[in-house]
Each structure stands twice: as structure tokens, then as C-alpha cells.
Write a protein that binds this ligand. Structure first.
Ligand code: PDD
Length: 287
């Protein structure tokens, strides 16, 4: 039985309950983070806590804990759960007010919840063959830089992708390819690695930032610039990145093969760099 953290105490996940008046339940009024754990160590914790603070500021919920309190709680949560590779989920909602009302309540404490599950990145041979994806119109709101729990559009889009027998939807907004329903987007064209710049249209992914850092440190040319939707099918490679997916090569988009329909050479190089990095995290030599 896994252990959760709810409003200041650890307890079995099955015993963690919140009120039906919680604004997370009534309005999707909250934010979240997903933090991978390698070898029992929290991956890029400072970046995740920075994004958490930014999401809280963006929706005007005051941060219920200091960074050092978050760190202590998260390390204990990891220690109390099984397995060396985990995915920690945390969520902060605006709390439970006595009455349902859209307006912010006063004098209500945020609800703070954390749990951790096994990190199940699919690294088997089949996954390394790459995944299929489809393009869909981006039907989300204008604050996609905040990691809000209000995920109904993402849920609908991802389900559409699954029903098309694909792994992810790549979202198109005003003729530009933005990101996946739950991942960031990279393409490779003529040896250049391209990802859209951070903006309110996409989530500033922690995995994305590491991929950019690894490119910079290993003399791989890259650019943060818009990707016209029409360029996708002409790309030599397409990748999707996220905490739970790492770097996933897309080999088919909208039923058309990308490149030669296999994970490309730059992906093969980057995934080695990425896994070397996560191994360094395991050894405590990188964050
Ligand atoms: N999602 N874009 C969106 C819309 C996302 O939901 C995610 C991650 C990312 C990648 O961010 P990161 O590299 O920091 O995980 C980009 C998480 C994993 C989720 O919702 O479960």
C-alpha cells in the first residue's frame, strides 16, 4: 500500500480523503507537479519547485510551504514508498470553503496532497521503436504555462489520440505546432534541433529544459523557435518529452512516416546523453 501526504501528515493512500467541497473537485481550482525520482533521488527538484511557485503565483494561491519544507516532505514521501524509481505527484488546491462560490474564499487553507508511484518509463525494445501521434486543434486556454489541474481539454485530446491508436496528440494553434497533450515537442530538420519557445501557450517542461541543456553542452545545434504545423511532416525526426515519458521518438504522424519511419540518429544520441544524466542523478552526481 503506498503512502500519501495530505495536509501535513503521512497516511495510507487509501485513507487520504478530501471534502466534496474542495475547490479542486468543484472547480478544478488548483495546480500540480510531477517529479521523477531516480535511485531514490528527486530529479531537478529546484526546477520543479520553481515551476510550482510560478503556477501558485499564477493562480494566486499562496505557497503553503517553503522550498526546504517541500524538499523534506518529498524526500520522506519517496523514502516511505517502494522502489528506487518513482514519479511523485503533488497537488495544491485553493481548499474547501463552506459554500460553493466561484469567487476566492477567505480564510481557507489550501489542500496539499502528495503521492508517489513507480516510474514506468517504457524502455523495452518495442518502445524504442517509437510511437505514433496525431495532430489536433489546441482547444486549451491561454494560461498553458501554468500547471493547472484543470485538464479536461488535455484529457479529451489524449483520449482522441488513443482512440486513433496513437500515443499522443500534437496540438496545433494558429498554424503552429505547440506541444503534446501532456508533453513538449521537438523536431529535427537538417541536423538542427528545434522546439517552440516558452510562452503562455505551452508548459515550460523540465525535461525539455534538460534536453536543451544537453544539446548546448554537447555541441548539438538547437534553436527555440516556432514550428509551423506544415513543417511537421517534413521533419527528419519528431520527439515528445515529459517527466514520465523521457524522450519519445515519433515515427508516424497522421498516418505518414516521419523520416524513414524509425527513431532517428539524433534521438539515438540524445537518449544516451539523457540516460547518462539520469544515471548521474542516481549516483547523486547530478540533480
Ligand atoms: N505532464 N506539456 C504538458 C501539457 C504536460 O502536461 C507535460 C507533463 C509536459 C512536460 O513537462 P515535464 O517535462 O516537466 O514533465 C509538457 C505531466 C507528466 C503530467 O501531466 O502527468
Amino acid at each position: 500500500m503506498s503512502t500519501a501526504w495530505l495536509n501535513g501528515r503521512f497516511l495510507p493512500l487509501a485513507d487520504a480523503h478530501v471534502s466534496v467541497l474542495d475547490r479542486g473537485f468543484l472547480f478544478g481550482d488548483g495546480i500540480y507537479e510531477v517529479i521523477p525520482v531516480y535511485g531514490g533521488r528527486l530529479f531537478r527538484l529546484s526546477q520543479h519547485l520553481k515551476r510550482l511557485r510560478n503556477s501558485l503565483d499564477g493562480v494566486r494561491i499562496s505557497n503553503p510551504m517553503s522550498d526546504s519544507e517541500w524538499e523534506a516532505m518529498l524526500n520522506e514521501l519517496v523514502a516511505r514508498n517502494e522502489g528506487s524509481d518513482q514519479a511523485v505527484y503533488l497537488q495544491v488546491t485553493r481548499g474547501a470553503a463552506p459554500k460553493r462560490d466561484h469567487a476566492f474564499p477567505t480564510g481557507v487553507q489550501p489542500t496539499v496532497f502528495g503521492m508517489s508511484n513507480a516510474l514506468t518509463v517504457n524502455r523495452d525494445a518495442a518502445a524504442e521503436q517509437g510511437v505514433r501521434a496525431i495532430t489536433l486543434d489546441d482547444i486549451r486556454w491561454s494560461l498553458c504555462n501554468l500547471k493547472a489541474i484543470t485538464l479536461l481539454p488535455n484529457v479529451m485530446l489524449r483520449q482522441q489520440a488513443i482512440e486513433a491508436d496513437t500515443a499522443e496528440a500534437i496540438l496545433i494553434n494558429n498554424g503552429k505546432a505547440i506541444e503534446g497533450a501532456a508533453s513538449n515537442l521537438f523536431i529535427v530538420k537538417n541536423g538542427l534541433l528545434i522546439t517552440p519557445p516558452n510562452s503562455n501557450c505551452l508548459l515550460p517542461g523540465v525535461t525539455r529544459d534538460l534536453v536543451i541543456e544537453l544539446a548546448a553542452n554537447n555541441s548539438i545545434p538547437y534553436r527555440e523557435t516556432d514550428i509551423p504545423a506544415d513543417d511537421l511532416l517534413q521533419a527528419d525526426e519528431i520527439w515528445l518529452t515529459s517527466s514520465t515519458r523521457e524522450i519519445s521518438p515519433v515515427i508516424q504522424l497522421d498516418n505518414t512516416a516521419i523520416g524513414d519511419g524509425k527513431p532517428g540518429p539524433l534521438w539515438n544520441k540524445m537518449i544516451v546523453l539523457y540516460r547518462d544524466y539520469t544515471d548521474a542523478v542516481r549516483r547523486g552526481e547530478a540533480e
